[in-house]
Write a protein that binds this ligand. Structure first.
Ligand SMILES: Nc1ncnc2c1ncn2[C@@H]1O[C@H](COP(=O)(O)OP(=O)(O)OP(=O)(O)O)[C@@H](O)[C@H]1O
Ligand code: NI
Length: 307
């Protein structure tokens, strides 16, 4: 059984346009994804595809004007708002996209100590800092005194000391140098090897392929495919969706064959398949009929024609 399972998740925002007119902006559409203990699931997809919103929906930190449909299950039980509040930072830890989540007025050592749920907080913080290559004097520093890489490592330390079973990291490595990225990835692998489930959100497909066990490909607020990492090989013939194949072939080592067009905005989604306007192999059915997610060859796909 997956430790965390997202079934048919939808998120929309109620927006007020001119006067009191209401508009419902659908930003996540019937999204399905799951993660097992000991596994790293990478979520890839371009900007605006819904990666951060999925993380926020799992943690229960969406803004008040968000409406959520579908189900999120943790250990087989529905993750209600109450459970989300109880588990956040304890069993489900979040490494946010922005280092601004650090409290600017609190020394970073103290911040990490407050994330410890069991045992000696100071010892746990020091052990995590050592593991993250943060020198002992860093604990007495404030966030503004840290480099971007150090601030990231403090955030990773917070997740490590929490002892959480599910760790969700949203773009943990933007703008960092290779060495720091490798270190961060090493920490995630270590957590997975300890039996934790890690969800890693990333723009960087190559990095995701290096570290993850399973890749979810997001597009316009849904999952077009979930595939074991081993399917991203050769010509991509093991992949299921034309978009994942196109992403794979757009990588430099695969000939850098870009695809035309762009991801539709949430208020301009096509009626049928979300990828249809950019798809080379669409049929009449794809224009009128949005395919459901289905299981295929040990993965998931949302395409009328994948076989
Ligand atoms: N509070 C909000 N109100 C209305 N629309 C929103 C809100 N928050 C996010 N969105 C929209 O939802 C979509 C998904 O946003 P999200 O932040 O999840 O994208 P992302 O995949 O994380 O992108 P990035 O890679 O840039 O971080 C975007 O179109 C975004 O504009
Ligand atoms: Ni994001």
């Amino acid at each position: 059984m997956p430790i965390l399972e997202v079934k048919d998740l939808s998120v929309s925002f109620i927006q007020y346009t001119s006067g009191l007119r209401q508009q419902n902006l659908q930003v996540i559409n019937n999204l399905n994804v799951s993660v097992e203990k000991g596994e790293i699931l990478a979520i890839i997809g371009s900007s605006g595809s819904g990666k951060s919103l999925l993380a926020h929906a799992i943690l229960g930190i969406l803004p008040n004007n968000a409406q959520v449909g579908g189900q999120i299950l943790y250990k087989g039980k529905r993750l209600t708002q109450e459970r989300q509040q109880d588990l956040r930072g304890k069993e489900i830890a979040f490494i946010p996209q922005s280092v601004n989540f650090l409290d600017p007025l609190m020394k970073v050592g103290k911040q990490v100590q407050t994330a410890v749920n069991h045992g000696d907080a100071i010892a746990a913080q020091r052990k995590a800092f050592e593991r993250q290559n943060l020198a002992p004097h860093v604990e007495a520093m404030y966030p503004f005194q840290l480099s971007g890489g150090m601030a990231r490592r403090v955030l990773v330390s917070t997740a490590i000391v929490s002892g959480a079973e599910v760790i969700i990291a949203d773009e943990p490595t933007p703008g960092l140098d290779d060495k720091v990225i490798q270190e961060a990835m090493g920490s995630f692998r270590e957590l997975a090897n300890q039996g934790k489930a890690v969800i890693l959100i990333s723009h960087d497909i190559e990095m995701a392929l290096q570290i993850a066990d399973k890749i979810a490909v997001f597009y316009a607020g849904t999952t077009l495919e979930v595939a074991p990492v081993a399917d991203f090989t050769n010509d991509g013939e093991g992949l299921r969706h034309p978009y994942s194949k196109a992403l794979w072939k757009a990588l430099p080592q695969n000939g850098f064959q870009p695809i035309g067009g762009s991801q539709p905005m949430p208020n301009q989604l096509p009626e049928g398949c979300l990828f249809q306007p950019r798809c080379k192999c669409f049929s009449h059915e794809c224009i009128s009929n949005r395919p459901d997610t289905r299981e295929l060859r040990g993965g998931l796909v949302r395409c009328n024609h994948a076989c």
